[in-house]
Design a protein around this ligand. Sequence first.
Ligand code: PLZ
Length: 432
Amino acid sequence: MPSDRRIVTDVPGPRSLELAARRALAVPAAVGTTLPVYVQRAADGLLEDVDGNCFVDLGSGISVTNVGNSAPEVVAAVAEQLPRFTHTCFQVTPYEGYVAVCERLNALTPGHHAKRSLLVNSGAEAVENAVKIARYATRRQAVVAFDHGFHGRTLLAMSLTGKAMPYKHGFGPFAPEVYRAPYSDPFRHTGRLEDTISWIETMVAPEDIACVVVEPICGEGGFVVPEPGWLSGLARWCGEHGVLVVADEVQTGMGRTGAWFACAHEHVVPDLVVTAKSLGGGLPLGAVTGRAELMDAVHPGGLGGTFGGNPLACAASLAVFEAISSKDLLGRARHIEQMVLPRLQKQVSPTGPVGDARGRGAMLAVELVAGDGRTPAPQLARAVAESCHRQGVLMLTAGTYGNVIRLLPPLVISDGLLDDGLGVLESALEAI
Ligand code: PLZ
């Protein structure tokens, strides 16, 4: 595996173009592609494509490979499990790995109360199950989600998601009893706590609300970091009305923001925490972790699925927990913030295209604007991302308006590679 950024062909190169032609006849165009180079190897913040180009990875497969791609600990744990058994279905004959992952989640998610966890296969499935549990335990039906929220692509998760294109357009009707409230957006001065609460109280009676489903920092919605006090104020209001707080930590979780879970920055103790993405270190795994009395309320057999908590994914996950602790990756995430955020902030100007720089830990972004300093400029975000791609830096966009460039480097990336990738981003931003 090469150790540096290296571009040796056009991007995409000839082998990738051949594969793209095959793909066009085999895979629907509805499945999008950020950077159409076909990967052959990845490790330590680098992705090597089939033409020998090597990209600095500032996306981590959308916040999945926090501990690195094919991290040695994960590879060893999966290799050890693989010849023992690949599947039994935990509901048919259980195994220790599942229980051990749940123990780790119960110990590390915010709050010292008794907890239980349920393992599933994805973020969307975890969100769906959290709402099932919240409805069951409260005997209430309404669910409140927020502007800029993304919670997945299955029916209920899609119904909770705020953005029509590309996630919802043409896929209705959506699940009922979903209400959407304003999310705190300090850059746009919208969604102050009082507004959010009065909006909710106007739309639906609090005693009918089972739960709010909220990201501590909006991920797909554009790395919107709510005003200090917004999340804790919302949680306080929920507590006063018997409304459960479901924290969607799918993108923010497992050390990404410099704490195990981003709710901790606001001292919020959610009733239910939803995790996925980096939980499985690259293998598919999601979870719902919650107060024991809520999780235990559901009748035996009411929750489950064939693959949930697959033994290989559990082995990988235990290695992820171990790697985050032993390599102090929470500290690394905070270090990445200190190294990167000031440089992004230097790009911000009231008249230039970079309207805002923000984020926490290794979840950082710039928002691109035009004209009055507030009008979203998605075309600039696309141009910057494409310029980075041509130069060998994988960069993701985000945002309700598509105008945010987001950085999600693996937490194990070296300072050298990160500095290199950031330099490319800075010059792409300066060139627009
Ligand atoms: N909740 C907060 O970020 C997934 C979406 C990629 P799944 N985000 C990446 C895409 O275009 O579909 C996500 C998330 C938050 C839930 C999910 C859903 O997780 O594992 O993709 O289902």
